[in-house]
Design a protein around this ligand. Structure first.
Ligand SMILES: [Zn+2]
Length: 275
């Protein structure tokens, strides 16, 4: 959406007019009845193909749900960059959800971390992918881990995973297979699952002979959080099993997933994304 268009819609709201009523005309060929969910996707940092993942995930999710994306990518391949958007007060305002797919393990400033997690605590739906769980992992205190819902600081060598569905009746996991087998993949060691976190899937680590939660949901303050330590490799991220699961988790975080695991009315794929 252009700045001009966004301004026009905001003006319409201020005048008490319905932005919903205006939107179809303004958005032309987009046949979706409802406004898309506006996702802020934050990425960058060490050890991953974030240049391609910032295409794989938005494209894959928008083929399944009515989501439009704003991408923030910073920090190159460093471990200690501080994403600049977090320095702004109320940085998540104007978005319906935040997706974190970044990897900056060496940042350990509690005041900065508080800026990152505050929007979720106030109610912003949040999705956490893979190395977002190891971002700020050098922190001595647990504020960020409580926000994530699990504690993890390391992973073992890549191995084939058997991802077991623990909650097949949960709407997020209804169509996830009983077992999803991957090729070689990173498995994050989970030291602790925090109270209030629901483990939705687990996988067995060959190095430490334990099952580890790999997909979960929880609530941090007023905000729903959906997290998955999967995946490191683009090949698995592109798998429809993965993209279906991630999309359902994202919709659940936004309270746009129905009991059958389908998008609520208006939040299925938009006409534009389906083309
Ligand atoms: Zn990784």
């Amino acid at each position: 959406m252009t700045h001009k268009l966004r301004k026009l819609l905001l003006t319409a709201c201020a005048l008490g007019l319905s932005a919903l009523a205006l939107a179809p005309a303004l958005r032309g060929a987009d046949k979706a009845a409802d406004k898309p969910l506006r996702a802020l996707y934050i990425t960058g940092g060490c050890c991953h193909d974030y240049n391609n993942q910032k295409v794989i995930i938005p494209k894959g999710v928008s083929a399944r749900a009515n989501v439009e994306w704003t991408i923030v990518q910073e920090g190159g391949t460093s471990t200690n960059h501080r994403i600049s958007i977090y320095e702004k007060d109320d940085w998540a305002d104007g978005y319906d959800l935040v997706v974190h797919n970044e990897c900056f393990s060496a940042v350990n400033d509690p005041a900065f971390v508080e800026r990152v997690i505050a929007p979720t605590r106030k109610g912003k739906p949040t999705v956490l992918i893979h190395c977002a769980m190891h971002t700020f992992s050098s922190m001595k205190t647990d504020e960020y881990r409580e926000f994530i819902g699990v504690t993890t600081r390391r992973h073992g060598p890549q191995q084939p995973l058997e991802v077991k569905n623990l909650e097949p009746k949960n709407p997020i996991m209804k169509t996830f297979p009983e077992v999803w087998k991957t090729g070689n993949e990173e498995l994050y060691a989970i030291e602790k699952v925090w109270p209030g976190t629901t483990s939705l899937a687990q996988a067995y680590a060959l190095d430490n002979k334990r099952d580890h939660t790999v997909i979960w949901s929880h609530t941090y303050g007023k905000g729903r959080v959906f997290g998955t330590t999967l995946t490191h490799n683009n090949a698995h991220m592109q798998d429809p099993v993965y993209l279906d699961m991630l999309t359902r988790g994202l919709l659940w975080a936004c309270d746009k997933l129905d009991d059958e695991g389908n998008p609520k009315p208006g939040y299925g794929p938009s006409a534009a994304a389906a083309e």
